[in-house]
Design a binder for this molecule. Sequence first.
Ligand code: GLN
Length: 244
Amino acid sequence: MVIGTVALSGCTQEDENKIIIGTSADFPPFEYKASNQTIIGFDIDLIKKILTDQGYTVEVQDIGFDSLIPSLQTGKIDVIAAAMTITDARLQEVDFSDPYYDANQAVLVKVGVPINITNIEDLKNYTVGAQTGSTGWAWVNDTLVATGKLSSDNFKSYDLYTDAVADLIIGPERVGAIVIDSPVAQAFAEKGNVKIALDIITNENYGFAVKKGNTELLAQINEGLTAVKATTYWDDLIEEYFAS
Ligand code: GLN
């Protein structure tokens, strides 16, 4: 008797065929909660498509951004889909897929408040917020706080970017400016209460992350990514999440 053994690799779960996707659903249009609380977004649809096309079933878990890499390392999740920038520091800890989206950073401020930010030096006059563990946080820390341009008292760390934006909308008494990935800044700005005051060019590339050494799953993700990009599914996804 021949038993079909499909090489479904690297699942940390009991069900060999199931992949747990970890995300931080505070980052539209890449991952966020729809009004019915379902987690949707560009990353989520893309990784689901890649994995289900290869015979996996998938489950999405919402985990704080800063806990995603530890969750991958301890096997709670199999893949990170969280608009995660491929950085040298993270490459010490996880393996990344081929890049699937480019981003920079941007400064978000509240519409209608007298905030004057025309260059990065101006940020020193305000309370600046970013999400713990993000490249935006690292940029503020390295460029402004470590150089003495911004006092650490004026640097506010958030677990969730949605909470940072909520504070920004309350007003400068909470936080005056947020540093956040540019496409996400754009998505929040489209809602009307906040706007982009400044672009910060950081040339970041997003990748899906797997546990270090999980070469089989990584190869499947890369093959799937290439395949999806060659279909209209990719164009439809861009249209759905980025056409405004
Ligand atoms: N791209 C940024 C990073 O990797 C932010 C990602 C996020 O907050 N979801 O740090």
